[in-house]
Design a protein around this ligand. Structure first.
Ligand code: GLN
Length: 489
């Protein structure tokens, strides 16, 4: 197989098993691909060569024979890591100047699990600073570009991970999702992205944005690879107090190619004015495909949907302002030099270290939490959050899963929304509710616009029922060809 960079993790494993190549060979193919493509895409914040942990290199040339042994599922598979997930001794900067030069003294739990599974940690991917954004333009390094059209954004904030996978610069990747940051870039780049149930995957070692919303999840070339990666990263972790002690099923077993009798809700509130007609029609066709395969698709109402964006931007900024208080120039990364007093040093470090969007969020969040306004904003937002969750509880009494578009539009042009934060915030209108309700949601490719830009379909289900999502997504994928298209780069 000469084009190893194009393979999914499952295909690569098969190549290893058949002795056709070694992890060393796959890595070489990806490094060559990166050399050729990366100047156009800029998916990485820190390139893989610098991130290859020594201890990974010894077994790479060996033939691998322990494929199906639990814990070795990803042996020799290159996985790129979003730059807000701590990898011991490797640059981890959240694409922010304030974390310049920061190398964590420990691994995040997901990284520990990847290492134990034999994965190759393959570079740190670019992102919006501290995961604030929907376009990857808020990085302190450079904007990442969409592999389908390099004049356009890849989505965000995990835009680097999605672009790297879509451009075949890496086999699979991890992202994080607070309001859509895995699903929206996956949708815009034509790959698969899953935000697991809140508490399903440990957040230990994920640099916090909004602690009650953040989840780490897979970004992959197809649904089977997402199941594979979830098998490795999911599970209870004592080091994360919000991690759920709920048994983890074998997700590969839910890849059954059968949706007969499955009840799917289509929320009418998601087909609003402003949604691109091409996106709307792609979703309608996808629903028809599932109906033809035996699913029962019916309209459902999620009446509190219209409040989701407002609620999210109060809760997310409030939590972010609190989480970002720790970056003071004393403990991590960058420190402004030359001040005589500590107060001035902290002020100048933060003033110089944070980008414009981070400052906007810190100010908004601090305001929402300030005495006199707390009840009017933060408390009220928490109450409405409960209403949003109840909408889903009600819907899931009647339906096994819900289908919506992932994003109201396909990828937009670089620079198109940078001067209008509000219109940028609206890119997440369809993804935010899942974070507020804590439920799992996946984006799968479901079509292309006339301009050859990918469109994604979002599948949501009950807490800890990722299996229904995998089943629905896999059945859909096996009956369509969207995931096999590749961008011309
Ligand atoms: N785009 C949303 C925001 O800017 C969501 C980001 C995320 O999920 N990290 O907050």
């Amino acid at each position: 197989m000469s084009e190893l960079h194009k393979l999914t993790a499952n295909q690569l494993k098969q190549e290893y098993k058949n002795g056709k190549t070694t992890p060393q060979g796959a890595m070489q193919a990806l490094l060559e691909r990166i050399e050729k493509i990366e100047p156009k895409v800029k998916a990485f914040a820190h390139l893989p060569e610098r991130c290859l942990a020594k201890r990974c290199q010894a077994p790479l040339t060996q033939k691998i024979d322990r494929f199906e042994v639990p814990g070795t599922f990803l042996h020799g598979i290159p996985v790129a890591i979003k730059d807000n997930i701590c990898v011991k001794d490797e640059l981890t900067t959240c694409a922010s100047k304030i974390l310049e030069g920061f190398r964590p003294p420990y691994d995040a739990t997901v990284i520990e699990k990847l290492r134990n599974a034999g994965a190759i940690l393959f570079g740190k991917t670019n992102m919006d600073e501290f995961a604030f954004g929907s376009s990857c333009e808020n990085s302190c390094y450079y904007p990442t570009r969409n592999p389908w059209d390099t004049a356009r954004i890849p989505g965000g904030s995990s835009g680097g991970s999605a672009a790297a996978v879509a451009a075949d610069e890496v086999t699979m990747a991890l992202g994080s999702d607070t309001g859509g940051s895995i699903r929206q870039p996956a949708s815009l780049c034509g790959v698969v992205g899953l935000k697991p149930t809140y508490g399903r995957v440990s957040r230990y070692g994920l640099i916090a944005f909004a602690s009650s919303l953040d989840q780490i999840g897979p970004i992959t070339k197809d649904v089977s690879d997402a199941a594979l990666l979830m098998n490795v990263i999911a599970g209870h972790d004592e080091r994360d107090t919000t991690s759920a002690d709920v048994a983890v099923p074998d997700y590969i077993k839910s890849l059954t190619k059968n949706v007969k009798g499955l009840k799917i809700g289509i929320p009418k509130e998601y087909f609003i004015k402003g949604i691109d007609p091409e996106v709307k029609s792609a979703i309608e066709i996808a629903v028809k495909v599932l109906t033809d395969l035996g699913a029962i698709c019916k309209e459902v109402s999620l009446p509190s949907t219209e409040y989701a964006v407002s609620v999210y931007y109060i809760i997310a900024t409030a939590e972010a302002s609190s989480n970002l208080a720790r970056f003071d120039g004393v403990r991590y990364g960058y420190r402004h030099q030359g001040e005589a007093s500590m107060i001035d040093m902290v002020a100048n470090t933060r003033g110089d270290g944070f980008g414009a969007e981070a400052k906007r969020r810190i100010i908004l969040g601090t305001f929402a939490l300030s005495s006199g306004y707390y009840d009017a904003y933060y408390l009220k937002a928490q109450k409405v959050r409960t209403l949003i969750k109840r909408d889903f509880d009600e819907a899931f009494k009647k339906f096994d899963c819900i289908i919506t578009p992932t994003s109201p539009t396909a990828a937009f042009k670089i620079g198109e929304k940078t001067s209008d934060p509000l219109s940028m915030y609206l890119s997440d209108i369809f993804t935010i509710s899942a974070n507020l309700a804590g439920i799992p949601a996946m984006s799968v490719p479901c079509g292309f616009t006339k301009d050859n830009l990918p469109i994604g379909m979002q599948i949501l289900s009950k807490p800890f029922d990722e299996e229904t999502i995998f089943r629905t997504a896999f059945t859909y994928e096996q009956n369509t060809q969207w995931h096999t298209r590749k961008p011309k780069l």
